[in-house]
Design a protein around this ligand. Structure first.
Ligand code: TMP
Length: 214
């Protein structure tokens, strides 16, 4: 599952940081530059993964066990990689995904407290070790992010306590510190167009360097 010719970009961040909007804007920007882009999201991206998403996010299933949750995210991811992401990368496309493996480390690892060794093992074995070439991490204050989503019906994860979301944010920031080359942090409190300008500059710089290098 590892061989690829395209470029894999993920957006990450806590709730309310505007990942979906920014992923869409980056797709349009890269298409204007002549790239062929596939936009997708996790959990989801295929019919089966979308069904798993419904189970994962339904606010009804409060009894869901943390390891069950973890395995469902990986089940959704494996199908997503096999059916959509890897074939698109093999065709030389740019794939932009709204969330990927770093979400699992931040939410199930740092926030739920599941052993990171188990998560990393599953990433290697079940997800074939596929990791984004570039990750744009949208970072902002947790309460402000949750307030942005106010009025919307909260899903099972959004219903978690503020403390949970603070651990998610902290987890992301640790990951960004560990992998500063891959994970580029943007302050997403500063408005849609300013965030987009920064994300576009980062992605364009990355792609120019990648394609010059061959
Ligand atoms: P979203 O698509 O609206 O961001 O919802 C996805 C939710 O699932 C969000 O709360 C983050 C959570 N999530 C995890 O907990 N682990 C994961 O691996 C992924 C991809 C998402």
């Amino acid at each position: 599952m590892n061989q690829r010719r395209g470029v894999f970009i993920s957006f990450e961040g806590i709730e309310g940081t505007g990942k979906t909007t920014q992923a869409g804007l980056l797709k349009e920007f890269l298409e204007r530059k002549g790239y062929t882009v596939t936009l997708t999201k996790e959990p989801g991206g295929t019919v089966i993964s979308d069904r798993i998403r419904e189970i994962l996010l339904s606010a009804e299933y409060k009894e869901m066990d943390p390891i069950t949750e973890l395995l469902l995210y990986f089940a959704s991811r494996r199908q997503h990689i096999k059916e959509l992401i890897q074939p698109a990368l093999d065709k030389g496309r740019i794939v932009i995904t709204d969330r990927f493996a770093d979400s699992t480390v931040a939410y199930q690892g740092y926030a739920r407290g599941i052993d990171l060794n188990l998560i990393n093992y599953l990433s290697r074995s079940v997800a074939g070790g596929l990791m984004p070439d570039l990750t744009i991490l949208l970072d902002m204050d947790v309460e402000a992010g949750l307030r942005r989503n106010k009025g919307k019906k909260f899903d099972r994860l959004e219903l978690e306590a503020v403390e949970f979301h603070k651990r998610v944010r902290e987890g992301y920031r640790i990951l960004a510190g560990e992998e500063p080359e891959r994970i580029r942090l943007i302050d997403s409190s500063k408005g849609i167009s300013a965030v987009h300008a920064e994300a576009a500059e980062i992605a364009a710089g990355f792609l120019d360097a990648r394609f010059q290098a061959g």
